[in-house]
Ligand binder design. Structure first.
Ligand code: F0G
Length: 456
């Protein structure tokens, strides 16, 4: 296998420990067979999320020491504003404590009850913020996103016919269109620059606002450079500029592609809308130059935005995920193809064909990976999808996935090999694994708090 050299060296370490198998058994039973309820000290390799789990650089930590904790107009805010203007081209920036804070502020101003927000699989919190205000998140992603084996370069793209079908009958009923880059819930799949341009043209034609959920915009830009032939000679900086030049504004969870542990922002061009957003920010997040963040953390966020678009960083980052994907494929493990930006998604329906969706195959795989090697992963399947409010039955999503989410700049190639060996260990005994039943089903957001028992 090809050798990858990280474009950084390690200056600080955090010890991790693999507790013995019998202690892992005890820990997962105590956690009700729910990895969200494990204590992190009992986890060896933590692949629950790439959100807020990255390693900051020496440059970011140095920025922390330059925190200006003034209530209003701190220099760190000015640095952030200049950075966002430089990288993305937006004039107005509102820091928010994380992505969902930005979602709340934007939706409270843009969305009226009954309106729709078309997009390409909204992230859970984004969808919930739309629905809580009486709006409807409409998925317009191309059909191929639902087929784990469909090898298309841009499976995150919106289907333009589906989008037109939502917008054209009544453009005034569309609050805004949201493109999520990369498409997390569908497998970390990118959206092409061409598709962003086409969606933008449709939105302009009908005078509908277009926003981007930019949580993983740098990774998306890398895929545009490497998979969209017309863009291969462009720099990441140029591609990023071109992406954002098509849209009215951006929502960002900085916990991903700004490589900070907490933070987010909203950025836009329209001064009038900015003036409407500011008082909502004051109410829910804080004064619009700090928006729920410390000055020092705003500084680290501004610096991280630059680091995430460095090409050697992105080449290593995406290369690491591809490496893990190749190792799993060599074992025969079914994964979502092509490999996306921040995670490997295992197709758990194919992994455990004998476990029905009502017995949570993807969640069962998370439990088995923990038992096998102390690896914590996360389910994106039937457990997360919840119940149909009309029938009370479990919703059976087309994709039943176990996500191995790789934090940024945290794990090495040896860790990737260990993860691959752990998955292979469960793969080897997959026919003997049973599914799970609820012992306690939490009434809302059930994946976080529910407890399970092994099915009889
Ligand atoms: N948008 C996308 C595409 C996300 O993946 C997330 C979070 C958010 C918005 C919300 O941002 O957490 O800062 O409030 N995704 C995490 C995950 C939690 O594990 O995929 P936040």
């Amino acid at each position: 296998m090809e050798r990858m050299i990280p474009p950084y060296k390690i200056k600080m370490v955090e010890p991790i420990k693999l507790i013995p198998r019998e202690e892992r058994e005890r820990a997962i039973v105590e956690a009700g067979f729910n990895p969200f309820l494990l204590n992190s000290k009992d986890v060896f390799i933590d692949l629950l999320t790439d959100s807020g789990t990255g390693a900051m650089s020496d440059n970011q930590w140095a920025g922390i020491m330059l925190g200006d904790e003034s209530y209003a107009g701190s220099r760190n805010f000015h640095n952030l504003r200049n950075t966002v203007k430089d990288i993305m081209g937006f004039e107005f920036v509102i820091p928010c404590h994380q992505g969902r804070g930005a979602e709340q502020v934007l939706n409270r101003v843009l969305l009226k009850e009954g309106q729709t927000v078309p997009g390409n699989i909204h992230f859970d919190t984004t969808k919930a913020h739309i629905e809580v205000l009486g709006g409807r998140a409409v998925d317009c992603t191309i059909d191929a996103i639902h087929d784990p084996a469909a090898e298309l370069p841009f499976k995150g793209d919106l289907d333009l016919d589906k989008l037109r079908a939502v917008i054209e009958p009544d453009p005034l009923n569309v609050a805004y269109v949201l493109i999520t880059i990369t498409n997390n819930s569908g497998g970390g799949q990118p959206v092409s620059l061409q598709n962003i341009r086409d969606v933008s043209a449709i939105c302009h034609e009908h005078k509908v606002l277009l926003y981007i959920d930019a949580a993983r915009y740098a990774e998306n830009a890398w895929f545009i450079k490497t998979r969209e032939p017309e863009q291969k000679n462009k720099s990441i900086r140029d591609i990023v500029r071109n992406i954002f030049s098509c849209v009215d504004g951006v929502l960002m969870s900085a916990k991903k592609d700004a490589i900070v542990n907490m933070g987010g922002f909203l950025a836009l061009r329209d001064e009038e809308l900015y003036q409407k957003l500011c008082p909502i920010c004051v109410l829910f997040e804080g004064f619009p130059t700090y928006g729920g963040m410390n000055g020092r953390d705003i500084e680290a966020m501004a610096r991280g935005l630059y680091e995430a678009i460095e090409e050697p960083y992105l080449a290593y980052r995406i290369g690491q995920i591809e490496y893990l994907g190749r190792r799993l494929e060599a074992t025969g493990v079914p994964i979502v193809k092509p490999v996306g930006g921040h995670a490997i998604y295992i197709d758990a329906k194919t992994f455990f064909p004998h476990i029905t969706q009502d017995m949570f195959p993807a969640h069962t795989l998370c439990v088995e990976l923990y038992l096998e090697g102390g690896v914590r992963s996360v389910e994106i399947g039937t457990l997360l999808a919840g119940r149909d409010p009309d029938t009370g039955e479990n919703i059976h999503p087309a994709l039943e996935l176990t996500r191995l989410t790789i934090p940024r700049r945290v794990y090495t190639q040896e860790h990737m090999d260990y993860i691959a060996d752990t998955v292979a260990g469960v793969w080897g005994r997959r026919h003997d694994v049973q599914g799970l039943d609820f012992e306690y089903e939490a009434p809302i957001l059930r994946h976080f708090q529910s407890r399970f028992k092994r099915s009889a």
